[in-house]
Structure formats: C-alpha cells, structure tokens
Design a protein around this ligand. Structure first.
Ligand code: AMP
Ligand code: MG
Length: 413
C-alpha cells in the first residue's frame, strides 16, 4: 500500500507542460500564455472624449455658471470613428461624442447635460477644468509596455486587453487532449435502458464532462470489452491523438481485470493500492514514444471521480501550464458524527453549506447520503469531498474537517 501523496508525487513528476502552439485569440480562451505580450500601441491610441458634450478651451468658460451662461459658436461635429485631425480655434466649441478624437487645441469637454445642446451655438452653464472629461493617449497602456506576462491564463478580461492592443494570434500552452476509455463487459452506451446484468457507462460521460469542465479537450471512446486484444488495440490507436489517457475499470483483483493484465508490462505503468477510500486500486505510467501519461482508474463511479479530482486534475493542470491546485480547501464544521476507515484517507461526499455572521462565513459539512463507492445519488448531491487524513479514526459533530470543493463554493473570508 502506498500513500496518496506518494502516488500523486509520482504522477506530478512524470508529466510535463505541453509544448506551446499559436492559436487565434478566441480559441486560446482558458489557455495559459507561453510568451510575454508587448504592446506596439498605446491605449487610448489617441486623445478622445470621455463624454458626449462639447470640446472647448477651458479658459473660455472660466466665468460660466448657472447664473452666468457663456455662449460659444459650434464649429463642427465629431463622432466616434472620425479619423480626420481637426483643430479648435479659441472662443469656439465642437460637438463631440464619447470616444471621438479631441480636436487639436481643445483641452476639456463640457458634458451635454451642462449645455442647451445647441447645434450652431451652444449655451454652457458650467465651467470645466483643463483635462476634464478628456482621455489622454497612453493613460491606460503605453506602447512598448509588457501588457501580459507568460503564465497568465486567458479569460474574457485578458482576451479583451490582448484584442485591444491588436493581437490576433497568441502563443499558448494548449489544452491537453484527453482520451477517456471505459472498460467492462457489462457496459452499455448511455441513452439505452440497462437490462439485467448491464450497466450504463456513466463513468465515460462523467469523466468526459470532468475533463471539459477542467478546460481540457476530451475524446470519449465508447465502452471496450474486457478482452486483452481489443483493449490493447484501442489504447494503441488512441495514443496518436492523446496528450493523456484515462481508463476506468479492470484494475482491481477480479478475474477479468484486463487493464491491469494488458498494461502491467507497458512503459512505466505501475499498479498500486493507494491508502484511500474510495479509490484504492490505481495505475499510472507513461507509455509509447510520446510518453503519454495513462491513468487507469477504478471502475466504481465514485472511486473514478475521486481519483480524477485527486490525481488526474492536478496532472492535467500542470500539462496545461496551470498551477497544480487552483482552488483552496474549505474548512468546515462536521454537522454530525460519521464513520471513517482505519489507515486510509477518506474522501467523504458532503454537502457544504454556509452561514454568515459577524465572525464571517462559517461552513458546515453534512454527509451527502449513502457512501458506497458505486452510489451515484449521493455523488450528484455532494458539492465537496471532506478529506479525512489516514491517522484520524473518527469524525464527531463539531470537528473541523478540510473539504475539497467539487465546483464553485463561496470561499470562507
Ligand atoms: P471494475 O473496476 O472493472 O472491477 O468495476 C468496478 C465496478 O464499477 C463494477 O460494479 C462495474 O460495473 C462498475 N463500473 C465499471 N466501469 C463502469 C463505467 N464505465 N460506468 C459505470 N460503472 C462502471
Ligand atoms: Mg470491470
């Protein structure tokens, strides 16, 4: 028996960040930059108006106020998108829209609300200070600035900045392509009602969805029978398009545990018992010329999901150039007693709820229901795994337990 940490360390040390590729900006959503991005342009690229109003010389309005309006001739009209260089003579104004280039000479904008909105002459009932409602060129980004560093993950806001400085393609660490293979003679395709002795391949869909939710690219291979030759040829053919492979089933002590039988002598594959519940039988190694990481997870659906969270997800994040962990554990109070196994880390399906008080947010963890490693009902209800260390022999109501969120949880402040 090895520890969870031993198995995870072996995995983490065997996987590598994928080599960078060039992608169109939108296709790079969720990827990590493999280069610094330097802007060739300034933002704003030109001096422009922050308001709909009138471009003026502030000095002309020094005396303006509600009781003493100033009248200026309107010498032009500047819309956003105007590409002409205009210039404003002293004593005059130009109507200007938000984002339109400021005419040379003008040093402020009077918002339209402080005027009568005139088209040939405008009555202004407020003074403005120099620079008011003007966006200066380069006040946001200066040409030559590094606007984004290698390692930044591209979400909507990062994509906006890169687009604004004129980026079309970026060099990023690609999303890992992950092949998901389910093994078992009892398995049938989702969408069919199982007959006696049959089980729907829920693992295949669950792990495909989990890979996608992590921001990687899944390829689901349907169910493969417990036949050494079929399994071997399937995995060989899938290796070509995979950065990683996940299999489920066939790794325990049964008579038809094909995955273990076929892969035990391949690459660096090793099959271990890991001191955890659920998820004890685990296999991992890198195989083929491409040294593709292969995770052979146990077949019980909860075991497979826990194994994905604990071993596969950290590895895929590293391959994608992301940190091994991206969410912090949530500390919660056990709502009641529950039984824990001796000498193994327990991953208990729990429902985390929170209440806020003047002391901040307090999380409570309650067992999600029946905890069998085949029980999908409680898995679907749970929003976290309470991780109970191997040396802990009991959980009592009121104990602090550390929880691994299975999705967005309001962080304790
Ligand atoms: P195994 O690890 O192959 O011994 O399978 C352990 C248990 O998980 C058995 O009850 C299987 O029927 C079940 N199981 C295996 N693969 C899947 C799958 N892809 N989807 C749902 N259940 C599965
Ligand atoms: Mg099986």
């Amino acid at each position: 028996m090895i520890t969870v940490q031993e198995h995870l360390s072996r995995i983490v040390e065997s996987v590598q960040r994928l080599p960078p590729i060039g992608l169109d900006l939108l296709d790079a959503q969720g990827c990590v930059l493999a280069q610094d991005v330097t802007s060739e342009v300034s933002l704003p690229g030109f001096r422009n108006s922050a308001m709909d109003g009138y471009a003026v010389h502030a000095a002309d309005l020094a005396a303006a106020g509600d009781a003493a309006p100033v009248v200026l001739p309107v010498a032009g009209d500047i819309a956003a998108g105007n590409t002409q260089t205009l210039s404003l003579a002293p004593g005059q104004s130009m109507r200007i829209m938000t984002g339109a280039p400021m005419p040379d000479g003008a040093d402020a904008v009077v918002p339209v609300e402080r005027t009568d909105g005139g088209l040939t002459r405008v009555v202004v009932s407020a003074s403005v200070s120099v620079g008011q409602h003007v966006r200066e060129a380069g006040e946001d980004v200066q040409a030559g600035d590094v606007v984004m560093s290698q390692g930044t993950r591209l979400g909507p806001r990062q994509i906006a900045l890169l687009a604004a400085v004129g980026t079309g393609e970026v060099r990023v660490t690609p999303r890992p392509r992950v092949v998901v293979i389910s093994t078992g003679d009892e398995l049938i395709e989702p969408g069919t009602r199982p007959g006696f002795g049959q089980v729907v391949d829920s693992n295949g869909l669950m792990l495909t969805a989990a890979v996608r939710a992590l921001g990687c690219i899944p390829f689901r291979v349907g169910c493969v029978r417990d036949d050494a030759q079929t399994f071997l040829s399937t995995i060989e053919s899938q290796l070509r398009r995979a950065d990683a492979v996940i299999t489920t089933g066939g790794v325990s002590m049964g008579a038809y545990d094909t995955v273990k039988e076929v892969l035990s002598a391949v690459g660096t594959m090793r099959f271990d018992k890991v001191a955890m519940q659920p998820g004890m039988p685990q296999g991992f190694g890198v195989i083929g010329e491409g040294e593709i990481p292969v995770f052979t997870l146990p077949g019980n659906p909860v075991s497979a999901l826990v194994s994905f969270e604990v071993f596969v997800a950290p590895a895929l994040r590293l391959m994608a150039g992301r940190p091994q962990r991206e969410t912090s554990m949530v500390s919660a109070v056990a709502a009641h007693d529950w039984a824990v196994p001796a000498g193994k880390v327990q991953y208990a399906r729990v429902v985390l709820s929170h209440e806020s008080s003047h002391e901040g947010l307090r999380h409570t963890a309650a067992i999600a229901g029946f905890q069998g490693s085949h029980a999908l009902g409680s898995l679907a209800v749970a929003n976290a795994l309470a991780v109970i260390p191997a040396e802990v022999t009991s959980v009592r109501a009121g104990d602090q337990v550390s929880c691994h969120p299975l999705g967005p949880i309001l962080e304790a402040s």
